[in-house]
Design a protein around this ligand. Structure first.
Ligand code: MCN
Length: 768
């Protein structure tokens, strides 16, 4: 089946924007239920300590307080073991060691911000005031803060059942082949890099209301999430409450970035409170709680080496990872390890590969998937290595890549770690990007920058990532048609600002050949939650998965309609044609409108699909200018050419790329969660200390598409949601390193703050 192009639309703006930009959206905190109580969490102010005692006596006496819950309640309820869904095969058959995490800390606290008690009161102010009356006696323990230190012999131990704080040791590839290749190499480039810990900070803070129905023993949860199916699975595993006892309400979601996927302890704690009090219980996270307790992203250290032959051809690559997972494994935590292995050789033919992983637990907030979930990390490690090799060998960075690309005729291409890249034209993409960025004109621009007393650098990154797939058995989409010809599309994916209401509607409108205004998209609606299966929105899979099924469902509707129209037109179904919203009998030329087939009763169809991974890829080129007097760096230009397969909506895709590029640039230039290494205190607990990128950080992006259609999706689409940061993280860093290379500055780890750059520049070059 081939996808149609969007013949019936011009450029389409996002239909949801009128609602979202005029304050008419409905977010989790906007809900208020009759009789609701408010929860406030008392959180640990230390990184590692035994809880000797908790005395809530005074708090319980405070006016308006209904109940106080502690870890003992969590343990009594059995809400102790969060699911961790993605296992990665360990070395020598090692299984992931997933520690218990009661929904309120019990016995010990293991990071600053961990909730150990919850006060439930008539008002939030009463709950907060009462929380201050809770007396906690701690016995401090030394913390293990930095992941390599946490793995070292003699480090403080977080969990009894995780010896050495090692949650998993794993490997991929062929160590012997790599050793042999390194032994014959003409040149070896080595680089150890850190992909720093960041806080996703979606615009909407986390907010939930839990309601318990004593008659059914079921729970209604008002949530912000990336899709209810995964959340429900995690919650059922965490609490033991069967999946069919959960009902969710989720309307608009103000950003997710991976962090809104998993079940959190707060969900479970609110469920306990709702059941015991018999009232809805609401909690809205503050910004500071968000930075401290919403799962963090990235947080890994990669020691890499690339072996090259005399002609600059890659022979082998070795990567040694230390992943910091924080104090507990979040349900989606292992995903970003698996993802690094799926694209480990990047866009290159690298005959031999070996990677080892050590997953460390530390006295810090848990780390989980964050936009790209491992893909930007591996892209950064590989693309920094390649640019570093080019610099060492004094070969043009684009030329070194050109020599090593997987050639177009090698697709589908099986990587040494077992992925199958379906389709790409890497040399074509590179040439287009070089042209778009005016690579040849760079020396002139650099000279001009230098006349202004500044440094200029250019950085390139050619990247590929896996998108699509997912853990649900299948993606299902229902399409319902009414007599007026209005089409409602139901999916279990959940936009958090991605524009699905527009793009999914376009897919259906295209297939049905009806105006876009006829189609309405509804996601995770309560009445479909136990009827439709599907993946949450994450892994840039929604368009490949649910989007492709929207296309299949629309065609299924046409087929169902053809049979109904045949009855009405009194001909064989084979004699009924469909086009532009009309069924037509071949002979009589009589027509029926699409909606006419739903005159007696609404018509609905459910289609399903399960697709594997698609591999969007791209070439991004950044130029930066650095002021040596202040160390401040600026992105002077940014060009991105991406292969996203068939594009549904160019404006949405441009927005996705822009957002992703800004996220990568934000991490390179400043975003960084910092814990004090001695005490484990969070040093970046608010936006006063945590750098958030602003619009001015990223200039207008010159973007272009270089599509090769996906062989996996019937629409030919590949995902885009994470591509921007996968490309920008290495491209921007490479540009900064290129600017500093003439001064003899070696690799600098992100964040490349003005202070760090100033020191590097001034220690390399004495002031005149
Ligand atoms: N699209 C398209 N043509 C394509 C591919 C995608 O028009 N060939 C459109 C889609 O239909 C959708 C958008 O682009 O409207 C992103 O689609 P897709 O790549 O399928 O990714 P998902 O919808 O599954 O989004 C998930 C992805 C991830 S994993 C993170 S994290 C992320 C991201 O998207 N979080 C975001 N982008 C985000 N954007 C916003 N505004 N907020 C977030 O939290």
């Amino acid at each position: 089946m081939s996808a149609k192009t969007h013949h019936n639309h011009g450029p389409v703006g996002r239909v949801e924007d009128a609602r979202l930009t005029t304050g008419a959206g409905q977010f989790a905190a906007d809900w208020n239920l009759p009789g609701q109580l408010h929860a406030y969490f008392l959180r640990s102010d230390r990184a590692h300590a035994e809880i000797v005692s908790i005395n809530a006596g005074q708090a319980l006496k405070h006016a308006g307080v209904r109940a106080v819950f502690t870890g003992a309640d969590a343990v009594r309820a059995g809400y102790i073991k969060p699911m961790h869904t993605l296992t990665f095969p360990g070395k020598g058959g090692m299984q992931t060691r997933a520690p218990d995490r009661p929904v309120l800390a019990h016995g010990k606290v293991r990071f600053v911000g961990e909730a150990l008690a919850m006060v439930v009161a008539d008002t939030l102010a009463a709950a907060q005031d009462a929380a201050e009356l809770i007396e906690v006696e701690y016995r401090d323990l030394p913390p293990a803060v930095q992941p390599e230190a946490a793995l070292a012999p003699g480090a403080p131990q977080l969990h009894e059942n995780v010896p050495g704080n090692l949650a998993l040791e794993a490997e991929a590839g062929d160590a012997a082949a790599v050793a042999a290749a390194f032994a014959t190499a003409a040149h070896v480039t080595r680089l150890k890099v850190e992909v720093t810990r960041v806080a996703p900070n979606p615009m909407e803070p986390r907010a939930y209301i839990a309601t318990h129905d004593a008659r059914t023993d079921g729970y209604l949860l008002h949530v912000c999430c990336q899709g209810i199916t995964t959340l429900r699975r995690h919650l059922a595993a965490y609490t033991g409450v069967p999946e069919d006892k959960f009902q969710f309400e989720v309307r608009d979601v103000g950003g997710g970035f991976g962090q809104r996927t998993p079940a959190y302890p707060e969900h479970g704690a609110l469920m306990l409170a709702a059941k015991q009090t018999g009232r809805p219980v609401k909690w809205v996270s503050t910004r500071s709680e968000g930075i401290a307790c919403d799962t963090h992203g990235r947080a890994n250290i990669i020691d890499g080496a690339l072996a090259l032959d005399r002609d600059g051809k890659f022979l082998a690559m070795r990567l040694d990872w230390v992943n910091d997972m924080g104090a507990y494994l979040s349900p989606a935590s292992m995903g970003h390890i698996r993802n690094t292995s799926t694209c480990m050789t990047g866009v290159y033919r690298i005959p031999a590969l070996y990677a080892s992983y050590r997953v460390a637990l530390t006295n810090t907030n848990p780390v989980s998937s964050y936009r790209g979930a491992g893909r930007p990390d591996i892209a950064y490690a590989v693309e920094r290595l390649v640019s570093q090799a080019a610099a060492e060998l004094k070969v043009d960075a684009a030329e070194l890549r050109r020599r090593n690309f997987i050639p177009p005729d090698a697709f589908p291409y099986k990587t040494p770690t077992g992925s199958t890249y379906e389709n790409a034209d890497l040399p074509g993409m590179l040439e287009q990007a070089l042209k778009l960025a005016d690579w040849k004109g760079y020396p002139k621009r650099r000279a001009r920058t230098e006349t202004r007393g500044k440094l200029r650098g250019i950085g390139i990154a050619a990247v590929i990532e896996n998108t699509g797939a997912g853990q649900a058995a299948k993606d299902e989409v229902e399409i319902a048609l009414d007599a007026a010809g209005n089409v409602t599309v139901y999916t279990m994916s959940k936009s958090q600002g991605h524009g699905h209401e527009t793009t999914f509607a376009m897919i259906v409108a295209d297939a049905l050949e009806v105006p876009l205004a006829r189609v309405r998209v509804r996601q995770c609606t309560p009445e479909k939650q136990h009827r439709l299966q599907g993946n949450h929105t994450g892994g840039s899979r929604s368009t490949v998965g649910a989007g492709s099924v929207c296309h299949l469902a629309a065609h299924k509707l046409i087929e169902a309609g053809r049979a109904l129209a045949a009855l009405e037109l009194a001909v064989e179904p084979s004699q009924v044609e469909y086009g532009k919203g009309l069924f037509r009998s071949r002979d009589s030329k009589r027509t029926l409108k699409l909606g006419d087939i739903a005159r007696t009763k609404p018509v609905s169809v459910v289609a399903e699909g399960k697709f594997g991974s698609t591999f969007p890829n791209g070439c991004h080129i950044a130029e930066v200018e650095i002021d040596p007097d202040t160390g401040a760096a600026e992105i002077a230009s940014y060009a991105a050419v991406d292969d996203l397969g068939t594009v549904i909506n160019h404006a949405v895709v441009e927005g996705q790329l822009h957002g992703g590029v800004a996220m990568g640039a934000g991490q390179i230039f400043g975003e960084h969660v910092v814990y004090d290494r001695g005490t484990g205190q969070l040093l970046t607990g608010s936006f006063m200390d945590y750098f958030m990128p602003r619009a001015g950080l990223v200039p207008a992006i010159k973007g272009a598409e270089h599509p090769t259609p996906s062989r996996v999706s019937p629409l030919g689409v590949k995902g885009v949601g994470e591509s921007g940061c996968t490309g920008s993280l290495p491209a921007v860093a490479n540009a900064v390193m290129d600017a500093l290379a003439p001064l003899g500055v070696g690799h600098l780890d992100m964040p490349l703050t003005p202070a760090k750059l100033w020191h590097a520049i001034h220690s390399a070059r004495p002031r005149d």
